[in-house]
Design a protein around this ligand. Structure first.
Ligand code: 4AD
Ligand code: MG
Length: 484
């Protein structure tokens, strides 16, 4: 019988039946009279044990691609209920065991990040690929059911949505644009392919807003780029952002409700799938030295995290409340911070971490209504929106904070009034800078609306209990590094 993957054989194999299994050798043990090979095809975190003669095993090493045929029989070993008694072995792809960088021993996460083309062959990395794929399917389904239209927004843009100056600028190598052909001197600046400088997008938000003003509810999951020189476990230079935008609301609670329901759906889907059990085994979790507290996240902790997400009603506190709480924690000695919490200087990562653990108590935490000075131009004053808890100097926005990763998502109501938007843009010094089209949206039937952006790679870290975002992206790019 062919066409069965390892997961299927392990879960549904019948005692005594003839099976054929394909995969890659993950370990070989040779004894005097008998040899054991574990093979995996990435369909499950578990590998299938094959039993054969030492002669058959001679040509196998960690990495060889093989097909085994034989009988599915009860195992005497304690690690598996059944094993494959091999009668025929075919090597499908030889492995150069000596030069293979991936060795059957502990290899540090840092080393593994230098071989991203081979890393997914490790069971715990393969799970993440499947988890990502399943999450996308379940979230697509969620947005479909809510009548959100999935849209594709551009990667190449003329604007810096966040105004943080963290854009990668596009340069063209088009020979037509070289100075020689123009007969100009070497000092003449190279002409831009698009005539003026363009950037890789930092967020799809502005374009999504344009589309929302046509079909009311939109979402996208698309690549975003940040030229941030942040060498941390949470920052990538290229990452996927899940963004949604909806019209006809000026209540920030509507946006937060959407985030809660979306994440609840993701967790409920996860709970129903084999990937759940796999993530909850030791093989599915990241090596412990990667975590800041030095402890592995246990199966119980992960399950509690999922339950917390699925139970909804996550705490919502204002920025001002968060600052008070941090000051109190410092005064009472229950926390020590490198940076003193202050209303003016904003929340540092250590502050966010404290709020996430101590206010959230197992649930993510929304912090709302930040001072307008700390936020981008498109956020309206809290007081101009519905059911606001802000004050005159704050804007209607939230950050969603979770343990380990700090900020998982950010969202806001958008300033839909033309004059007010222009005023805010002038204040930030960006009026008239390739954003005329965005100002246009406020002239022709502009309605109150809002949305959010969630770091999809951070979400995967959070749901899988992995601390470093570099370990959930197949080919991660970060400050100074873009291997293969
Ligand atoms: O908070 P950010 O910068 O918000 C925006 O860009 C909004 N325009 C989104 C919107 O409202 N449509 O980014 C949103 C999220 C963050 O909360 C974080 O989870 C993630 O994107 N993120 C990163 N993830 C990995 N690496 C980075 N360098 C990231 N920068 C932001
Ligand atoms: Mg943010």
């Amino acid at each position: 019988e062919t066409g069965r993957d390892v997961a299927d054989i392990l879960h549904n194999g019948k005692d005594g039946e003839t099976v054929s299994a394909t995969g890659w050798v993950r370990s070989v043990r040779k004894q005097k009279r008998v040899a054991f090979a574990a093979i995996s095809d990435g369909s499950t975190v578990d590998s299938l044990q094959a039993v054969m003669s030492p002669e058959d095993a001679a040509k196998l090493s960690h990495g060889t691609a093989v097909e085994f045929a034989g009988e599915w029989k009860a195992s005497v070993g304690s690690k598996q209920s059944h094993e494959l008694q091999v009668s025929a072995t075919e090597v499908l792809g030889e492995n150069d065991a000596e030069s293979n960088p991936l060795q059957p021993k502990y290899q540090t996460p840092e080393f593994l990040r230098s071989i991203p083309h081979l890393r997914p062959r490790i069971a715990s990395n393969a799970i993440i690929l499947r988890l990502r794929s399943q999450l996308i399917a379940s979230l697509t389904d969620f947005f479909n059911k809510q009548d959100f239209v999935q849209c594709h927004t551009p990667i190449i843009t003329s604007s810096d949505c966040e105004g943080a100056g963290e854009v990668f600028t596009i340069s063209s190598n088009d020979p037509k644009n070289t100075t020689e052909q123009d007969g100009a001197t070497a000092e003449t600046p190279v002409e831009h392919f698009f005539k003026t400088p363009k950037y890789l997008t930092v967020s799809a938000q502005l374009h999504l807003e344009a589309l929302a003003q046509a079909v009311s509810k939109v979402w996208t999951l698309s690549p975003t780029f940040r030229a941030e020189q942040s060498d941390t476990a949470r920052h990538l230079s290229e990452f996927y952002m899940l963004e949604a935008e909806m019209c006809f609301t000026s209540d920030l609670n509507d946006i937060m409700d959407l985030v809660e329901n979306m994440m609840r759906t993701a967790v409920l889907t996860l709970q129903k799938r084999p990937v759940r059990a796999e993530l909850l085994t030791a093989k599915g979790t990241a090596p412990k030295e990667e975590r800041e507290d030095g402890k592995s996240i246990t199966a119980d902790m992960l399950q509690q995290r999922w339950d917390g997400i699925a139970s909804l009603d996550w705490p919502r506190i204002t920025y001002a409340e968060a600052i008070d709480l941090l000051k109190d924690a410092q005064t009472s000695g229950s926390a020590t911070f490198a940076f003193d919490p202050s209303y003016r200087s904003g929340l540092q990562a250590e502050h966010e971490r404290y709020v996430a653990s101590n206010v959230g108590k197992g649930k993510p935490v929304f912090v709302t209504d930040y001072p307008r000075l700390q936020k981008p131009f498109y956020m309206p004053p809290s007081m101009s929106t519905k059911n606001s808890k802000g004050s005159p100097d704050t804007v209607a926005c939230f950050d969603l904070l979770v343990p380990d990763l700090c900020e998982l998502a950010g969202g806001s109501i958008r300033e839909h009034r033309s004059e007010e938007l222009l005023g805010a843009m002038r204040e930030k010094g960006i009026a008239g800078k390739d954003l005329e089209w965005y100002q246009d949206l406020r002239k022709y039937g502009s309605v109150p609306h809002g949305g959010f952006g969630l770091g999809f790679d951070r979400l995967i870290c959070y749901l899988a209990g992995i601390t470093n975002v570099r370990d959930v992206v197949a080919f991660p790019r970060w400050y100074g590094r873009a291997d293969c």
